[in-house]
Design a protein around this ligand. Structure first.
Ligand code: CP3
Length: 345
């Protein structure tokens, strides 16, 4: 376990709802294709999974946005789907993910391995250690995993889905097998997050990217309940946990009882209303990533509006979802700088 840095760390302070001089800022998918230096390393690695599995290169791309923009956190470079490989998935990227042995039966769900203690992604341990050794103590290192519902969509659909009919069909026709699958994923990801914290992650984020595919009742049953199981099994981690429920603005009152320190918000919800609905949590978000396509003056204006709407303590500035590959680098810079120059009047 890494020693806690003596220097102050804005991101950790905000997660713990301590007062900060200004909100910390980082961006989901901040290491990615909008950056020319990422595309260069990605080309050198050849394949996306090779990049994830080569600690030297994965550490390099993790650090790129910290060097270029001075963001307050690095998120370790990998993918939410890479830990499904040691659980038994046959995964490739082209660039969309493909799982050639999707889960279609109770036997398939039973075959999924839950390594305890976690093993099978040793490359990530090495990436975390390398990044931590190069990061200034004032910059936090974020580990992450996918939430059970989101990972179940990939395991059952075999790729990114638009309609989610296979996963919904499975949940409705084989409810016991689906419950077993969600439990296995939650237990596997709890073990995986423990391993990341042992190797240097100081905060973890759980990505529930596809909550918005579900109505409120099904989201409670199929997304929030298994995410809660994962959170309960990581209560002893000793680091702040961010639960990001993309498309979950219809669930704010349910999110208020999630046993985690931070709720990540997508851009559809009003930040001030979310702060009222979630008094017990720190909040993260939530500028529409599409606004980074706008001219710099508009990006500045809309970012300032977001910051003025945000709570003073317990707030992390971010986009409401991942940055897209077509965003000009200078526009990302304008977003980050606006937060860095902000101070509460
Ligand atoms: O900078 C960071 O945020 C760290 C790295 C990171 C990646 N993926 C790298 C990546 C993180 C945190 C993720 C999470 C992830 N991966 C999510 C949850 C976040 C979200 O957007 O909701 C999801 C759903 C995935 C699954 C995934 N990975 C898809 C659907 C794709 C292909 C589509 C696409 O964006 O091209 C990926 C590939 C992927 N993961 C890339 C990167 C940089 C692009 C691959 C490439 O370089 O060719």
């Amino acid at each position: 376990m890494q020693p806690t840095p003596a220097t102050s760390n804005r991101l950790l302070d905000a997660c713990n709802r301590r007062t900060v001089d200004r909100p910390p800022v980082w961006v989901m998918r901040q290491a990615g294709r909008y950056l020319p230096e990422y595309r260069e390393v990605r080309k050198r690695a050849g394949d996306f999974l090779t990049l994830c599995r080569t600690p030297e290169l994965a550490a390099e791309v993790t650090l790129q946005p910290v060097r270029r923009f001075g963001v307050d956190a690095a998120i370790v470079f990998s993918d939410i789907l890479t830990p499904l490989v040691p659980m038994g998935a046959d995964l490739t990227f082209s660039p969309a993910p493909h799982i050639s042995n999707p889960v279609r039966s109770v036997e398939d769900a039973e075959r999924l391995a839950v390594p305890r203690p976690w093993h099978g992604t040793e490359f990530l341990d090495q990436t975390l250690a390398r990044v931590r050794s190069e990061l200034d103590p004032s910059v936090a290192l974020i580990g992450f995993c996918g939430a059970p519902w989101t990972l179940a969509t990939y395991l059952i659909e075999g790729t990114t889905s638009r309609s989610f009919t296979k996963v919904k069909g499975f949940a409705l026709q084989q409810p016991e097998a689906f419950a077993l699958l969600l439990d296995r994923i939650a237990d596997g990801m709890a073990s995986y997050l423990h391993s990341q914290v042992e190797h240097g992650a100081q905060v973890v984020q759980i990505f529930d990217s596809w909550v918005g595919a579900l109505g409120a009742a099904d989201a409670r049953r199929w997304a929030l309940a298994p995410a809660r199981r994962l959170l309960e099994k990581t209560a002893d981690l000793g680091v702040p946990r961010i639960y990001f429920a993309n498309g979950g603005s219809h669930l704010l009152s349910d999110l208020s009882s999630m046993p985690c320190e931070v709720i990540g918000l997508d851009w559809r919800c009003d930040l001030a209303a979310a702060a009222d609905a979630l008094p017990g949590h720190a909040l993260q978000g939530n500028l529409d990533p599409g606004l980074l396509m706008g001219p710099v003056e508009v990006i500045r204006k809309r970012t300032l509006e977001m910051l003025r709407n945000a709570p003073r303590a317990g707030y992390i500035a971010n986009l409401g979802h991942g940055i897209t590959p077509d965003v000009p680098v200078s526009h990302m810079g304008a977003f980050v700088r606006t937060v860095q120059e902000f101070s509460h009047a």
